[in-house]
Design a protein around this ligand. Structure first.
Ligand code: PLP
Length: 399
């Protein structure tokens, strides 16, 4: 019998939960991904923001190799040198005042833990989240996520959650009551289209939470680790969270989530009240430690700021040129381009020409390239976009 192809095997056996691109990826290097057909792709997805140091950064690969020859697993009940080193590095880059961390395996887990922590440390149950928010898809995190498409099939969700408009401090204030434990927000909304708040929103939110004795949970799962031009996006506005959720880029591709918090908040949870078999495993910790080293030594947050400005400038030219482009927006190398139409043709047209980017909703292109991407690659992305936008505009408007 003929051996099945990669595509046939995945289509036959994998739960059909992803909109699959017609690509079999075999390997990656820096800002490039390579497919089984031999083609090279400029990766402006970083696999949903994960490959922040580029694919297979030699420092990260070396750290994983060295650790995997010594020890693959080490439960949190034991001490471990690699984990202790990672914790020290995390504390050295964390916003001041954040001095404890719980290590898990994904973004949604880091949010689950944040929600439990907020309830336990305040003795209250209410959580205020933002319209448009994305915090993950497990039951607690899903209760804070906004998109009804993700939520409704799984109701009833966790009680006690309210959603208010993002970037509207009066509506947050109006939603706080005597049972509010925390407000949770992304500093810049990713999944719902790269929504950057006005400059006063996060500082006002911090002040409001302090005044009303409510915890502020900032979800930097997508924005963290240099993506927006600062190590953490909340630094753009000088805002310190009580609880900080991290994942995605932290280990350059190995699964890891971290929930960080102020000591007195974290102290409310006792032995056994939360745990994770894999959380803080030594291989992921080694990858995360190397990722932080690379971010600092190669000054990747600064690089994201510089390249982001350059890329945004070129995207703004396309915004001027094409009527189908509504707006290019973002911070650092977290960029969205909103069109007046569905982006599907643009996404597939770019893919055919060797450029990968993400969607955020039906009409927004999302760019989250590895921070090591070069100027020539970004120029190539612009020229491919110019071509596909030209074709689409001709088809849609000029007929
Ligand atoms: C802001 C934010 N929080 C949480 C998550 C969930 O992360 P994960 O997919 O690792 O569970 C995501 C994923 O896109 C995210 O962008």
């Amino acid at each position: 019998m003929k051996k099945k192809t990669v595509v046939e095997r995945e289509n036959l056996s994998m739960a059909s939960l992803y909109w699959k691109r017609p690509l079999v990826i075999t390997h990656g290097k820096g800002a490039f991904l390579y497919a089984a057909d031999g083609k090279e792709y400029i990766d402006c997805t970083a696999n949903y923001g994960v490959a922040i140091t580029g694919h297979c950064h030699p420092r990260v690969v070396e750290a994983i190799k060295a650790q995997s020859e010594r020890l693959l697993s080490c439960h949190g009940t034991y001490y471990n040198e690699t984990r202790s080193e990672l914790l020290a590095k995390l504390m050295s880059i964390a916003p001041r005042g954040i001095d404890r961390a719980f290590l898990s395996n994904s973004g949604t887990e880091s949010v689950e833990f944040a929600l439990k922590l907020a309830r336990k440390s305040t003795g209250k149950t209410g959580i205020i989240a933002m319209m448009g928010a994305f915090h993950g898809k497990t039951m607690g995190a899903l209760s804070a996520t906004w998109n009804k498409k993700y939520r409704i099939p799984f109701e009833p969700l966790v009680p006690g959650f309210k959603h208010v408009p993002f970037n509207n401090i009066e509506r947050v204030e109006g939603a706080i009551d005597e049972d509010t434990a925390a407000v949770i927000t992304e500093p810049i909304q990713g999944e719902s289209g790269i929504n950057v708040p006005s400059d006063d929103f996060l500082p006002a939110l911090r002040e409001l939470c302090d005044d009303r004795g409510v915890l502020l949970i900032i979800d930097e799962v997508q924005t963290g680790f240099g993506r927006t031009g600062k190590m953490f996006a909340c630094e753009h506005w000088g805002v310190k969270p009580d609880i900080l959720c991290l994942a995605k880029a932290i280990a350059s591709g190995l699964p890891m989530g971290v929930t960080m918090a102020r000591e007195e908040v974290m102290a409310s949870l006792g032995v056994g009240e939360h745990s994770s078999t894999f959380g803080g495993g030594p291989v992921a910790c080694a990858a995360a430690g190397a990722t932080i080293d690379v971010l600092l030594e190669e000054r990747l947050p600064d690089r994201a700021a510089e390249l982001g400005e350059l890329f945004m400038g070129r995207l703004k030219e396309l915004e001027e040129k094409y009527r189908i482009v509504r707006e290019a927006r973002g911070l650092g190398l977290m960029i969205g381009v909103e069109l007046r139409f569905d982006i599907l043709n643009i996404l597939l047209g770019a893919l055919e020409r060797g450029v990968l980017f993400l969607d955020a909703g039906r009409n927004i292109m999302r760019f989250l390239p590895p921070l090591v991407i070069g100027e020539p690659q970004l120029e190539r992305v612009i020229s491919v976009l110019d071509e596909v936008l030209e074709e689409e505009e001709r088809a849609r408007i000029r007929g």
